[in-house]
Design a protein around this ligand. Structure first.
Ligand code: ZN
Length: 380
Protein backbone atom coordinates (compact mmCIF):
# COMPACT_ATOMS: atom_id res chain seq x y z
CA UNK A 1 0.00 0.00 0.00
CA UNK A 2 2.81 2.41 0.85
CA UNK A 3 5.16 1.31 -1.95
CA UNK A 4 6.95 4.29 -3.47
CA UNK A 5 9.80 4.87 -5.93
CA UNK A 6 12.56 7.38 -5.36
CA UNK A 7 12.82 9.68 -8.40
CA UNK A 8 15.72 11.71 -7.03
CA UNK A 9 16.59 14.66 -4.85
CA UNK A 10 15.03 17.97 -5.82
CA UNK A 11 16.82 20.91 -4.20
CA UNK A 12 18.25 18.28 -1.86
CA UNK A 13 14.84 16.94 -0.79
CA UNK A 14 14.38 13.20 -1.51
CA UNK A 15 11.30 12.89 -3.73
CA UNK A 16 9.26 9.72 -4.20
CA UNK A 17 6.41 8.64 -6.47
CA UNK A 18 3.54 6.64 -5.01
CA UNK A 19 2.72 3.35 -6.77
CA UNK A 20 -0.75 4.64 -7.71
CA UNK A 21 0.95 6.69 -10.45
CA UNK A 22 0.87 3.40 -12.38
CA UNK A 23 -2.88 3.95 -12.71
CA UNK A 24 -2.41 7.30 -14.49
CA UNK A 25 -1.56 5.95 -17.99
CA UNK A 26 -4.51 3.54 -17.72
CA UNK A 27 -6.83 6.38 -16.66
CA UNK A 28 -5.65 8.53 -19.61
CA UNK A 29 -6.30 5.68 -22.06
CA UNK A 30 -9.81 5.15 -20.64
CA UNK A 31 -10.52 8.91 -20.91
CA UNK A 32 -9.23 9.09 -24.47
CA UNK A 33 -11.07 6.00 -25.75
CA UNK A 34 -14.35 6.49 -27.52
CA UNK A 35 -16.43 3.47 -28.59
CA UNK A 36 -16.79 3.35 -32.37
CA UNK A 37 -13.88 5.75 -32.94
CA UNK A 38 -11.13 4.11 -30.92
CA UNK A 39 -8.27 5.83 -29.22
CA UNK A 40 -8.09 9.56 -29.89
CA UNK A 41 -4.41 10.38 -29.88
CA UNK A 42 -4.90 14.12 -29.54
CA UNK A 43 -6.79 13.36 -26.30
CA UNK A 44 -3.99 11.11 -25.09
CA UNK A 45 -1.47 13.89 -25.70
CA UNK A 46 -3.74 16.48 -24.10
CA UNK A 47 -4.36 14.53 -20.88
CA UNK A 48 -0.70 13.49 -20.64
CA UNK A 49 0.24 17.17 -20.82
CA UNK A 50 -2.36 18.11 -18.20
CA UNK A 51 -1.09 15.36 -15.88
CA UNK A 52 2.51 16.54 -16.21
CA UNK A 53 1.42 20.13 -15.44
CA UNK A 54 -0.63 19.08 -12.40
CA UNK A 55 2.32 16.99 -11.20
CA UNK A 56 4.62 20.05 -11.51
CA UNK A 57 2.23 22.35 -9.63
CA UNK A 58 1.83 19.86 -6.79
CA UNK A 59 5.61 19.37 -6.68
CA UNK A 60 6.13 23.14 -6.45
CA UNK A 61 3.54 23.29 -3.63
CA UNK A 62 5.33 20.54 -1.64
CA UNK A 63 8.74 22.12 -2.29
CA UNK A 64 7.28 25.31 -0.79
CA UNK A 65 6.63 23.39 2.46
CA UNK A 66 9.89 21.42 2.42
CA UNK A 67 12.28 24.27 1.60
CA UNK A 68 10.62 26.63 4.10
CA UNK A 69 10.92 23.94 6.78
CA UNK A 70 14.62 23.65 6.03
CA UNK A 71 15.02 27.42 6.09
CA UNK A 72 13.39 27.47 9.56
CA UNK A 73 15.78 24.83 10.84
CA UNK A 74 13.67 21.65 10.72
CA UNK A 75 14.28 18.62 8.56
CA UNK A 76 12.11 17.81 5.56
CA UNK A 77 12.45 14.04 5.36
CA UNK A 78 10.93 13.61 1.90
CA UNK A 79 8.22 14.55 -0.55
CA UNK A 80 5.76 11.88 -1.67
CA UNK A 81 3.74 12.56 -4.81
CA UNK A 82 0.34 10.98 -5.50
CA UNK A 83 -1.52 11.36 -8.82
CA UNK A 84 -3.89 13.93 -7.26
CA UNK A 85 -1.74 15.49 -4.59
CA UNK A 86 1.30 15.12 -2.46
CA UNK A 87 2.78 15.45 0.96
CA UNK A 88 5.96 16.87 2.45
CA UNK A 89 7.07 14.74 5.37
CA UNK A 90 8.29 17.02 8.15
CA UNK A 91 8.76 14.77 11.20
CA UNK A 92 9.52 17.44 13.81
CA UNK A 93 7.49 20.62 14.04
CA UNK A 94 9.42 23.79 14.86
CA UNK A 95 8.83 25.25 18.33
CA UNK A 96 7.52 28.68 17.38
CA UNK A 97 3.94 29.12 16.16
CA UNK A 98 5.17 31.65 13.60
CA UNK A 99 7.50 29.08 12.02
CA UNK A 100 4.74 26.43 11.94
CA UNK A 101 2.32 28.81 10.21
CA UNK A 102 5.05 29.86 7.78
CA UNK A 103 5.79 26.25 6.78
CA UNK A 104 2.10 25.35 6.28
CA UNK A 105 1.41 28.57 4.37
CA UNK A 106 4.44 28.21 2.09
CA UNK A 107 2.78 25.45 -0.02
CA UNK A 108 -0.31 27.47 -1.00
CA UNK A 109 1.90 30.58 -1.30
CA UNK A 110 4.00 28.85 -3.98
CA UNK A 111 0.80 28.26 -6.01
CA UNK A 112 -0.40 31.84 -5.42
CA UNK A 113 2.93 33.20 -6.73
CA UNK A 114 2.74 30.94 -9.79
CA UNK A 115 -0.83 32.12 -10.48
CA UNK A 116 0.21 35.77 -10.03
CA UNK A 117 3.09 35.28 -12.49
CA UNK A 118 0.73 33.73 -15.05
CA UNK A 119 -1.98 36.39 -14.72
CA UNK A 120 -0.28 39.29 -16.60
CA UNK A 121 0.93 36.95 -19.36
CA UNK A 122 -2.64 35.67 -19.84
CA UNK A 123 -4.08 39.19 -19.84
CA UNK A 124 -1.48 40.24 -22.38
CA UNK A 125 -3.00 37.78 -24.92
CA UNK A 126 -5.37 39.38 -27.49
CA UNK A 127 -8.48 37.86 -25.86
CA UNK A 128 -6.99 38.01 -22.39
CA UNK A 129 -9.98 39.33 -20.50
CA UNK A 130 -12.37 36.68 -21.96
CA UNK A 131 -9.85 33.97 -21.19
CA UNK A 132 -9.47 35.17 -17.61
CA UNK A 133 -13.24 35.20 -17.02
CA UNK A 134 -13.57 31.72 -18.50
CA UNK A 135 -10.75 30.08 -16.57
CA UNK A 136 -11.78 31.57 -13.25
CA UNK A 137 -15.37 30.41 -13.74
CA UNK A 138 -15.60 26.71 -14.62
CA UNK A 139 -19.31 27.06 -15.52
CA UNK A 140 -18.78 29.93 -17.93
CA UNK A 141 -18.76 29.74 -21.73
CA UNK A 142 -15.78 30.73 -23.81
CA UNK A 143 -16.76 32.88 -26.77
CA UNK A 144 -13.33 32.74 -28.44
CA UNK A 145 -11.26 29.75 -29.54
CA UNK A 146 -8.07 29.79 -27.46
CA UNK A 147 -4.67 28.84 -28.86
CA UNK A 148 -2.66 26.08 -27.19
CA UNK A 149 -0.52 28.68 -25.36
CA UNK A 150 -3.64 30.45 -24.12
CA UNK A 151 -5.12 27.18 -22.92
CA UNK A 152 -1.94 26.28 -21.03
CA UNK A 153 -1.80 29.73 -19.43
CA UNK A 154 -5.47 29.52 -18.43
CA UNK A 155 -5.05 26.06 -16.95
CA UNK A 156 -1.91 27.11 -15.05
CA UNK A 157 -3.83 30.02 -13.53
CA UNK A 158 -6.95 28.00 -12.69
CA UNK A 159 -5.19 24.95 -11.27
CA UNK A 160 -2.85 26.98 -9.07
CA UNK A 161 -5.74 29.10 -7.79
CA UNK A 162 -7.66 25.91 -6.91
CA UNK A 163 -4.59 24.35 -5.26
CA UNK A 164 -3.99 27.47 -3.17
CA UNK A 165 -7.60 28.16 -2.14
CA UNK A 166 -8.52 24.49 -1.66
CA UNK A 167 -5.55 23.87 0.60
CA UNK A 168 -6.28 27.00 2.64
CA UNK A 169 -9.72 25.74 3.71
CA UNK A 170 -9.66 25.68 7.54
CA UNK A 171 -10.12 21.89 7.62
CA UNK A 172 -7.69 19.34 9.01
CA UNK A 173 -5.58 17.81 7.37
CA UNK A 174 -5.38 20.61 4.77
CA UNK A 175 -2.77 23.36 5.18
CA UNK A 176 -5.46 25.82 6.28
CA UNK A 177 -6.59 23.45 9.04
CA UNK A 178 -3.00 22.98 10.22
CA UNK A 179 -2.44 26.74 10.25
CA UNK A 180 -5.61 27.19 12.32
CA UNK A 181 -4.54 24.44 14.72
CA UNK A 182 -1.10 26.02 15.15
CA UNK A 183 -2.75 29.39 15.91
CA UNK A 184 -5.28 27.92 18.38
CA UNK A 185 -2.74 25.74 20.20
CA UNK A 186 -1.37 28.50 22.46
CA UNK A 187 -4.66 30.05 23.66
CA UNK A 188 -6.80 26.87 23.79
CA UNK A 189 -4.36 24.01 24.23
CA UNK A 190 -3.44 21.30 21.74
CA UNK A 191 -6.45 19.09 22.50
CA UNK A 192 -9.15 21.71 21.94
CA UNK A 193 -7.30 23.01 18.87
CA UNK A 194 -7.28 19.49 17.42
CA UNK A 195 -10.97 18.91 18.23
CA UNK A 196 -11.98 22.19 16.54
CA UNK A 197 -9.93 21.71 13.38
CA UNK A 198 -10.84 18.03 12.92
CA UNK A 199 -14.56 18.74 13.46
CA UNK A 200 -14.20 21.50 10.84
CA UNK A 201 -12.48 18.91 8.62
CA UNK A 202 -15.39 16.48 8.99
CA UNK A 203 -18.01 19.22 8.39
CA UNK A 204 -16.29 20.89 5.43
CA UNK A 205 -15.30 17.50 3.98
CA UNK A 206 -18.92 16.28 4.19
CA UNK A 207 -20.06 19.52 2.52
CA UNK A 208 -17.57 18.96 -0.31
CA UNK A 209 -18.82 15.36 -0.74
CA UNK A 210 -22.32 16.81 -1.20
CA UNK A 211 -21.01 19.42 -3.64
CA UNK A 212 -19.16 16.75 -5.63
CA UNK A 213 -22.49 14.94 -6.22
CA UNK A 214 -24.28 18.08 -7.38
CA UNK A 215 -21.52 19.11 -9.81
CA UNK A 216 -20.79 15.44 -10.67
CA UNK A 217 -17.08 15.62 -9.92
CA UNK A 218 -15.78 12.25 -8.68
CA UNK A 219 -12.25 13.58 -8.07
CA UNK A 220 -13.57 16.26 -5.69
CA UNK A 221 -15.66 13.58 -3.96
CA UNK A 222 -12.62 11.37 -3.50
CA UNK A 223 -10.50 14.21 -2.08
CA UNK A 224 -13.36 15.22 0.24
CA UNK A 225 -13.64 11.66 1.56
CA UNK A 226 -9.92 11.77 2.35
CA UNK A 227 -10.43 14.97 4.35
CA UNK A 228 -13.32 13.43 6.32
CA UNK A 229 -11.47 10.22 7.12
CA UNK A 230 -8.15 11.89 8.03
CA UNK A 231 -10.02 14.24 10.37
CA UNK A 232 -11.98 11.39 11.95
CA UNK A 233 -8.78 9.39 12.53
CA UNK A 234 -7.02 12.39 14.11
CA UNK A 235 -10.05 13.22 16.28
CA UNK A 236 -10.17 9.63 17.53
CA UNK A 237 -6.42 9.61 18.17
CA UNK A 238 -6.78 12.73 20.31
CA UNK A 239 -9.62 11.10 22.26
CA UNK A 240 -7.52 7.95 22.83
CA UNK A 241 -4.53 9.97 24.01
CA UNK A 242 -6.72 11.80 26.52
CA UNK A 243 -8.16 8.54 27.86
CA UNK A 244 -4.72 7.00 28.15
CA UNK A 245 -3.22 10.04 29.83
CA UNK A 246 -5.96 9.79 32.49
CA UNK A 247 -5.57 6.03 33.03
CA UNK A 248 -2.89 4.40 35.16
CA UNK A 249 -0.86 1.25 34.57
CA UNK A 250 -3.01 -0.49 37.19
CA UNK A 251 -6.06 -0.15 34.88
CA UNK A 252 -4.53 -2.49 32.32
CA UNK A 253 -1.91 -4.41 34.29
CA UNK A 254 -2.04 -8.17 33.82
CA UNK A 255 -0.52 -10.02 36.77
CA UNK A 256 1.72 -13.01 35.92
CA UNK A 257 0.08 -16.45 35.84
CA UNK A 258 1.35 -19.05 38.29
CA UNK A 259 1.85 -21.47 35.43
CA UNK A 260 4.64 -20.33 33.15
CA UNK A 261 5.47 -21.04 29.53
CA UNK A 262 9.15 -21.76 28.91
CA UNK A 263 10.90 -21.32 25.57
CA UNK A 264 11.92 -24.97 25.72
CA UNK A 265 8.35 -26.19 26.37
CA UNK A 266 6.59 -28.14 23.64
CA UNK A 267 3.78 -26.30 21.90
CA UNK A 268 1.07 -28.63 23.26
CA UNK A 269 2.03 -27.73 26.84
CA UNK A 270 1.89 -24.00 26.05
CA UNK A 271 -1.53 -24.52 24.46
CA UNK A 272 -2.69 -26.08 27.73
CA UNK A 273 -1.56 -22.97 29.63
CA UNK A 274 -3.48 -20.76 27.19
CA UNK A 275 -6.58 -22.93 27.70
CA UNK A 276 -6.73 -21.79 31.31
CA UNK A 277 -6.76 -18.05 30.55
CA UNK A 278 -8.48 -15.51 28.31
CA UNK A 279 -5.14 -13.88 27.41
CA UNK A 280 -4.27 -13.65 23.73
CA UNK A 281 -0.59 -13.17 24.51
CA UNK A 282 1.49 -14.73 27.33
CA UNK A 283 5.05 -14.21 28.54
CA UNK A 284 7.73 -16.77 27.73
CA UNK A 285 10.58 -17.50 30.18
CA UNK A 286 14.02 -19.02 29.77
CA UNK A 287 15.33 -21.87 31.92
CA UNK A 288 16.67 -19.39 34.48
CA UNK A 289 13.12 -18.08 34.99
CA UNK A 290 13.99 -14.81 33.32
CA UNK A 291 11.40 -13.18 31.06
CA UNK A 292 12.45 -13.77 27.48
CA UNK A 293 9.55 -12.56 25.30
CA UNK A 294 5.90 -13.07 24.41
CA UNK A 295 3.98 -15.68 22.46
CA UNK A 296 0.62 -15.27 20.78
CA UNK A 297 -2.25 -17.75 21.25
CA UNK A 298 -3.24 -17.54 17.57
CA UNK A 299 0.27 -18.47 16.42
CA UNK A 300 0.41 -21.53 18.67
CA UNK A 301 -3.10 -22.70 17.71
CA UNK A 302 -2.87 -22.16 13.96
CA UNK A 303 0.69 -22.44 12.75
CA UNK A 304 2.65 -24.33 15.32
CA UNK A 305 3.58 -28.01 15.26
CA UNK A 306 2.48 -29.34 18.66
CA UNK A 307 5.73 -31.27 19.16
CA UNK A 308 8.00 -28.27 18.39
CA UNK A 309 9.45 -26.16 21.20
CA UNK A 310 7.83 -22.78 21.82
CA UNK A 311 11.11 -21.02 20.97
CA UNK A 312 10.34 -21.50 17.26
CA UNK A 313 7.22 -19.38 17.58
CA UNK A 314 7.65 -16.67 20.18
CA UNK A 315 8.89 -13.11 19.82
CA UNK A 316 12.01 -12.56 21.93
CA UNK A 317 11.43 -8.82 22.26
CA UNK A 318 9.74 -6.68 24.87
CA UNK A 319 10.26 -3.40 26.64
CA UNK A 320 10.43 -2.70 30.35
CA UNK A 321 8.54 -0.24 32.53
CA UNK A 322 8.07 0.68 36.16
CA UNK A 323 4.78 1.06 38.05
CA UNK A 324 5.20 4.84 38.03
CA UNK A 325 5.24 5.03 34.23
CA UNK A 326 2.55 6.98 32.47
CA UNK A 327 0.26 4.75 30.39
CA UNK A 328 0.19 7.10 27.38
CA UNK A 329 4.01 7.27 27.19
CA UNK A 330 4.32 3.53 27.69
CA UNK A 331 1.76 2.79 24.96
CA UNK A 332 3.67 5.03 22.56
CA UNK A 333 6.90 3.19 23.43
CA UNK A 334 5.21 -0.20 22.81
CA UNK A 335 3.87 0.97 19.44
CA UNK A 336 7.23 2.47 18.43
CA UNK A 337 9.10 -0.71 19.37
CA UNK A 338 6.45 -2.80 17.56
CA UNK A 339 6.29 -5.42 20.35
CA UNK A 340 3.39 -7.23 22.08
CA UNK A 341 3.87 -5.34 25.29
CA UNK A 342 5.96 -4.30 28.26
CA UNK A 343 7.09 -6.05 31.43
CA UNK A 344 6.49 -3.92 34.53
CA UNK A 345 9.23 -4.23 37.14
CA UNK A 346 9.14 -3.32 40.82
CA UNK A 347 12.08 -4.07 43.11
CA UNK A 348 13.81 -6.16 40.45
CA UNK A 349 10.75 -8.42 40.06
CA UNK A 350 8.24 -8.59 37.20
CA UNK A 351 4.94 -7.56 38.79
CA UNK A 352 2.87 -7.66 35.63
CA UNK A 353 2.52 -6.91 31.94
CA UNK A 354 1.02 -4.16 29.86
CA UNK A 355 -0.11 -5.65 26.56
CA UNK A 356 -1.35 -3.76 23.49
CA UNK A 357 -4.53 -5.89 23.44
CA UNK A 358 -5.38 -4.82 27.00
CA UNK A 359 -4.83 -1.13 26.17
CA UNK A 360 -7.19 -1.47 23.19
CA UNK A 361 -9.72 -3.31 25.38
CA UNK A 362 -9.51 -0.54 27.98
CA UNK A 363 -10.17 2.10 25.29
CA UNK A 364 -13.13 0.07 23.95
CA UNK A 365 -14.64 -0.22 27.42
CA UNK A 366 -14.31 3.47 28.19
CA UNK A 367 -15.79 4.25 24.76
CA UNK A 368 -18.78 2.06 25.62
CA UNK A 369 -19.13 3.75 29.04
CA UNK A 370 -18.91 7.12 27.31
CA UNK A 371 -21.69 6.30 24.83
CA UNK A 372 -23.86 4.78 27.56
CA UNK A 373 -23.57 7.91 29.69
CA UNK A 374 -24.27 10.06 26.67
CA UNK A 375 -27.33 8.10 25.52
CA UNK A 376 -28.83 7.74 29.01
CA UNK A 377 -28.46 11.50 29.51
CA UNK A 378 -30.06 12.23 26.16
CA UNK A 379 -33.08 10.00 26.93
CA UNK A 380 -36.17 11.88 28.16
ZN1 ZN B 1 0.28 21.76 1.47
Amino acid sequence: MFRTWRIGRIFGVPTELHWSFLLVPAAILVYAYQPGIGLRWTQVQWWTGITVLLFLFVLIHELGHALTARARGVRAEKIILFPLGGGALIPDEPERTFDQVLIYFAGPLANILLALLTLPVLLWQPNGIYLLRFYLNPFGNLVVVPTLTEQLLGITLAVNAILALGNLLPAYPLDGGRILRALLKKPLGERVATVITTLLGITIGAGLVGLSFSIEDPLLGLSALFIVSFSAIELNRGWQRRRLSRATLADVLRTPLRERIYATDRVYRARAVFAGTDAKVLPVYDNWNQLSGFVEREVLLREADREHPVEYYYEAEFITATEEDNLLDLTERIVDADVYGAAVYAGGQVVGFVLTEDVILHLDQSRRRFYKRFTSRAAP
